[in-house]
Design a protein around this ligand. Structure first.
Ligand SMILES: Cc1cc2nc3c(=O)[nH]c(=O)nc-3n(C[C@H](O)[C@H](O)[C@H](O)COP(=O)(O)OP(=O)(O)OC[C@H]3O[C@@H](n4cnc5c(N)ncnc54)[C@H](O)[C@@H]3O)c2cc1C
Length: 452
């Protein structure tokens, strides 16, 4: 990107997945030099680590899209570099000499379970969704060294969005497979997700009840009809909103039937049940919905389970030096992700929406339809056609990347010497992490064999 005065922009993008790759490709397409700092060896973010691995075709398509963007001439990939850990944000803004910085580091922190003291039980009965799904997607990769989980029967899942249904599905599929294995039957998880549990069992002349599993239970603080699995546009007529709520009920009944998990709506976590130095369940408070708001009632009840998995949303992980406001970065311009006092900093992607999974895309809400949700939930006979599921998100991210690129274009660029100094520093970091400058060769090197 050359400025009106003939200078060139050098931009640092933090995070190399859907949003980071899009911003980088757009800026490079306008002539800027873009260094993409990615904490992991592979740059696929939520697609690789958050989207359960049974979405084989969707994941492959999004990998290809991201990889093609990062291979754009003018984009300099810097893997294995976490901003905040390996390079400080302050250093990047004030010392490296970039003309702009774009935050595209997504939303990777689980929103804490809202019960006082809950986090003391992490690893002792309490599990959070993000590490659980990362484990599910990666446990079989050679060299996986993250936390290990044992999918156990009779778990309590707290949540209500699509990600919490993913968690319930993982638990049900894994515990069913384990029970079949005890009987000497080997089944494939990805195939079972497509066929569903009852149909898979039928093949072996079994019913779910024969397995001796309790199944997991999803506790949600609103009604099933309120679950944000489909989007109800803000301007929907009462009739249309009612129809959409009925559709949610129908989708959820189908999902529960196909994957055999249970749901308890109108229940919010309210206390911890601890025995023998372990979280053994939760006390829930019954709620009611009044004018769309959750209202706690006087009634409480206890639920016990083999573990508690909290899946109530993902928020950005703090980076030292970036001001926060509550659980989000302190943006004062949400369109461009600008933060007061940091005139060269912009943001795009999940970090701005603060949402880590399928959500209402503000401008393309109609696309989060019943059909799309059914695809996501696995309610069609197979995943054919689901490659288009991310289209609304990708369109929104492309639009916000273009706005960010326009904003950067207004800033002064760098003269040739300053540009060369930044690029030399980028090359130094690339060399330190063993990145030779050829993106495709790097990707081949860090992709586990037979990986999807
Ligand atoms: C079917 C489906 C539909 C969806 N629809 C929508 C939608 O309509 N609207 C919507 O907003 N979203 C939607 N999503 C969510 C979608 O996953 C995201 O929009 C998108 O993938 C997020 O991309 P991202 O680049 O912002 O974040 P991520 O994919 O999380 O990428 C962030 C990257 O930054 C890296 N990183 C994090 N911290 C650091 C650091 N400190 N230093 C260096 N690197 C770092 C991470 O490793 C990661 O690679 C949908 C998802 C699915 C599966």
């Amino acid at each position: 990107m050359t400025t009106r005065t003939g200078r060139t922009h050098a931009v640092a993008v933090i995070g190399g997945a859907t949003a980071g790759a899009e911003v980088a490709a757009q800026l490079a397409g306008r002539g800027a030099r873009v260094a993409v700092f990615e904490q992991n060896p592979r740059p696929f973010g939520k697609i690789e680590d958050g989207l359960p691995r049974w979405h084989v075709a969707l994941r492959r398509k999004e990998y290809e899209t991201i990889a093609a963007k990062l291979a754009t001439p003018g984009v300099h990939f810097v893997p294995n570099t976490s901003v905040g850990r390996d390079v400080s944000f302050d250093e990047l803004v004030n010392e490296w000499g970039f003309s702009a910085i774009v935050l595209a580091n997504g939303a990777w922190r689980d929103r804490p379970l809202p019960v006082e003291g809950a986090d003391a039980w992490i690893g002792k009965g309490l599990v959070y969704q993000n590490p659980f799904i990362i484990w599910f997607n990666h446990a079989d990769d050679p060299g996986y060294d993250g936390p290990l989980f044992e999918p156990v029967d009779d778990a309590i899942v707290v949540g209500g969005g699509l990600a919490s249904i993913d968690v319930a599905k993982v638990l049900m599929l894994e515990t069913t497979l384990a029970k079949l294995r005890e009987r000497g039957i080997e089944e494939d998880l990805v195939e079972m997700e497509v066929k569903g549990i009852p149909r898979t069992l039928e093949k072996h002349e079994l019913r779910f009840e024969d397995l001796g599993l309790q199944g997991c239970t999803l506790y949600y603080r609103r009604r099933i009809a309120d679950m944000p699995v489909t989007e109800i546009p803000e301007d929907a007529t009462p009739e249309r909103a009612e129809k959409a709520r009925k559709a949610r009920d129908k989708l959820m009944s189908k999902a529960m039937e196909k994957y055999r998990f249970a749901m308890v709506p109108l229940s919010a976590p309210d206390g911890l049940l601890v025995e023998n130095d372990r979280l053994v369940g939760l006390r829930f408070r019954r709620t009611r919905i009044e004018d769309g708001r959750v209202v706690p009632t006087e009634e409480t009840f206890e639920a016990r389970g083999s573990c508690v998995i909290s899946s109530i949303g993902s928020i950005p992980r703090e980076i030292p030096g970036i001001p926060m406001q509550g659980e989000l970065f302190a943006f004062d311009d949400w369109e461009l992700g600008r933060i007061g006092g940091f005139p060269t900093v912009f943001a795009a992607g999940n970090i701005v929406t603060g949402k880590g999974n399928i959500v209402a895309s503000r401008k393309h809400a109609a696309a989060v339809s019943e059909e799309m949700a059914a695809h996501y939930l696995g309610l069609h006979d197979g995943h054919d056609g689901e490659e288009s599921l991310m289209e609304a998100a990708d369109t929104e991210i492309a639009e916000s990347a273009a706005a960010v690129a326009d904003g950067i274009q207004e800033l002064p660029g760098l003269d040739p010497d300053a540009l060369e100094r930044v690029l030399a520093r980028v090359r130094e970091r690339q060399a330190a992490v063993g990145y030779g400058g050829d993106f495709s060769a790097w990707l081949d090197r860090v992709t586990p064999p037979r990986f999807v």
